[in-house]
Every structure is written in C-alpha cells, then in structure tokens.
Design a protein around this ligand. Sequence first.
Ligand SMILES: Nc1ncnc2c1ncn2[C@@H]1O[C@H](COP(=O)(O)OP(=O)(O)O)[C@@H](O)[C@H]1O
Ligand SMILES: [Mg+2]
Length: 261
Amino acid sequence: MSKSKRRVKSKLLKHHILLSSRRLARHLPAVRRYSQRALLYMLHRYGMVYVKPDNGSMGRGVIRVEAHKGYYTYHQGIRPVKCRSFRTLAARLRTITRHRRYLIQKGIHALRHKGRPYDFRVMIQRRPDRIWEPTGIAARLAHPRKAVTNGSQGGTIYDPLDLLRRPAGKRKAKRLLRRMDRMALLTSAKMAKRYPFMNELGLDIAVDSKLKPWILEVNTRPDPCPFTLLPDQSLIKRIVAYGEAYGRSYPLKCGKARSAR
Ligand SMILES: Nc1ncnc2c1ncn2[C@@H]1O[C@H](COP(=O)(O)OP(=O)(O)O)[C@@H](O)[C@H]1O
Ligand SMILES: [Mg+2]
C-alpha cells in the first residue's frame, strides 16, 4: 500500500488499524463484515446494530436494525420497516447489501435530545509545524425521522456543550470533550504511523447513556461544514488556515445541515 496515501475509504480497514491500540480498542464498537450469519449473531448479542457500506459516506446507505420480542425492524431513511421473522429481514437486507461490501457494527444507544440521537464530529489536523492538534468539536442532532446524524441528511449542528451539559453537567461535559480530543490524538498517531502524509482526520464519536464515548468511524477526508454553523467562528477560521498550510482548500458549500441558532 502506498505510503503517500492521504485517503482511506474502507471502514473495516480503519477499524483494524485502530484496534491495535489498546487504549482505542475499548472505544471501538464490535464490527463484522456483513453476512446473514454475522447479522443473526450480532443482533442477538447486541439487540441493535448498524449496517453500512464499507466505503460509504454522508450517511448514505446506513441502516439501523433492531431485534424486538417476536419481530425485527430496520430503519433506512425516514421510514422504519417491520419484519415478522429473521428470514424476511435477511431477505430485505440482502437486496440492499448484495451490490457492494457492507459491514455490521454494534449499535450505540447515543444520547438523545428531543427524542433524536446526537453525536460528535471531532476534527484533528496537522498544524503548520506538522504537530497534530484537535481543532474543534461540533455536535450533530439527527433529523427528526432519521437514524443518522449527518448534516447532509438533515442533521442540526449544535455547540457540543449546549447538548452535553444537559445529561452530564457542565464540568463533566467539558471533561468528556477533552477526552474526545485525546482519543483523536491517539487516532492521529496510529493513522500517521501507517500513512505519514495524512494531514487531517474527522472522528464521529457517539456517547452512550453511561457517558462512555465510542468511535463510530474515522473520516480521512473530513468535511468541515459543521464548523461553519457554530456560533464560534474562530474554529472554522483555524480549520481553514491549517488546511491551507498543507495545501487543502475546502469548498464550504454547506447547504443541507441546519444550525441550532
Ligand atoms: N454503531 C452505531 N451506533 C449508533 N449510531 C451509528 C452507528 N453507526 C453509525 N451511526 C449513525 O449513522 C451515522 C453515519 O454512520 P457513519 O459510520 O458515520 O457513516 P458515514 O460515512 O456514512 O458518515 C453516524 O454519524 C451515526 O449517527
Ligand atoms: Mg460519518
């Protein structure tokens, strides 16, 4: 594999790279390549899983699947679908997943606001002196009828403290955000060891009801759009300045996400 690579698309590959760090492994939800057997196993083990394309982005093709007493549901887009048996569920998912590689990930019951799940985008970049620095955290609240928080899917962007202080209190919320920064630093170290020319990463981190952070995915070409919608414009300014220093210019055409203000 080329060492000059700056972009890695496979979520499975990135999962395996991070898994070699003991401190990160605790924050990685279990993952399997999609198969009917793996789906049955993971659903019964975790009750809720996410099925997603290995090379996907922007929440496209992401499906939340749940086992209930006597039936199953899968939720893609705005409409949850009920299946009476595992066979029916597996047949439906087969028609969706058979064209490309999919994975199954343990579902995290992310914190909710107004009944809608939210998670965090943690940006980390190389400074002009090449040292990695966490450059911002934005919270993303899912569209009222969707199981994904992506801004491009109609998510709403919040200042992370505004949401996290409700379940955690202000002091604990701040500590949790610093912890996410440290997770991003560990992630950047792991990724940069394998891909020395990598300059930026965007982690998607969900927090469960016990306030444990989980890394849902690591983006190697992160979209800084959420940061344009934060009240504090100093973050996006720094993100753009650091990007320019390593030769990246962001289009910042941020049409779909909403701002909490
Ligand atoms: N394991 C999971 N548990 C809970 N929510 C998840 C999980 N995986 C994905 N999601 C939700 O779906 C969104 C999109 O999934 P993600 O893995 O980030 O793929 P994409 O590359 O399409 O953004 C996440 O931001 C999160 O809201
Ligand atoms: Mg994502």
